[in-house]
Design a protein around this ligand. Structure first.
Ligand SMILES: [Zn+2]
Length: 255
């Protein structure tokens, strides 16, 4: 089976918030930092991007500190965003999805249930959901429906040999994590199944919970699938930029 490397691409941050945002309902008195990331899987002649980050227009609107266009950062490791063929969207929160237009030739892989919730379910128009979503990128995805640029997955599915999307609900109705065959075994890009490594180590969720029972089952699944706990990567932990070799500005090789 092919082996791949995984790169963390930091496109914004750091941001400071209450620790309770990263460790649900704990650490209210602490402040913690978080970064915003996408990931790049490279190997066997393939490049797969996980999440689309944020496009410049929305970054301006939200005053994202430390923001750099994800396409510009990717170019530092010779990845041309406008030529990328595969983009896995883990979930349809604005910080993971709103850069879809940066990948004009890509097929987007999204869980069908996630897509249908955000684009078709009136509950997603309620304030607490609109707060974490972005209409422009949802309209863009809707325009791709029925074409070969939108691949709606039903549960766990291998998209290329050694790269499998894993249905992982909890943070959203149908978030997907990505299991990747690497030189160290199976690693998992967990996205927001955890904001930080501590969530996995302490068996404790982060925040924006839609299904706490599902979240715990997701932890069981991801732990069973990964070759070790150290190979499950969270969505927003600054340690991804600090504890791994930096291969270019803003880019570290996780495995
Ligand atoms: Zn996120």
């Amino acid at each position: 089976m092919p082996q791949y490397e995984i790169y963390a691409i930091r496109y914004a941050g750091p941001f400071t918030s209450s620790g309770a945002f990263l460790m649900w309902h704990k650490d209210w008195e602490k402040t913690e930092k978080r970064n915003y990331y996408i990931w790049c899987i490279k190997g066997a002649g393939e490049t797969v991007i996980v999440d689309a980050g944020v496009a410049p227009e929305l970054a301006n609107k939200k005053y994202l500190s430390g923001y750099v266009n994800p396409a510009e950062i990717l170019s530092r490791i010779e990845v041309k965003a406008d030529e990328v063929r595969h983009v896995i969207i883990t979930h349809i929160h604005w910080d993971h999805t709103s850069g879809v237009e940066l990948f004009p030739k890509a097929t987007f892989y999204i869980q069908d249930e996630e897509y249908r919730f955000w684009l078709k379910n009136p509950i997603a128009r309620r304030p607490c959901f609109e707060y974490v979503s972005d209409k422009t990128s949802q309209d863009y995805l809707a325009s791709l429906e029925g074409t070969d640029r939108l691949s709606l997955l039903k549960g766990d599915q291998t998209i290329l040999s050694g790269i499998e999307c894993l249905l992982s609900p909890g943070h959203t109705v149908a978030l997907q994590a990505v299991a990747v065959n690497t030189a160290k075994g199976v690693a998992i890009i967990g996205s927001d199944c955890a904001h930080i490594f501590r969530n996995y180590r302490e068996d404790w969720p982060s925040s924006l919970i839609v299904d706490l029972v599902g979240w715990m089952r997701t932890y069981d699944n991801l732990r069973a699938k990964a070759s070790s706990l150290d190979l499950i990567f969270p969505g927003h932990d600054p340690l991804m930029s600090q504890n791994y070799p930096e291969v270019a500005q803003g880019i570290t090789r996780l495995v």
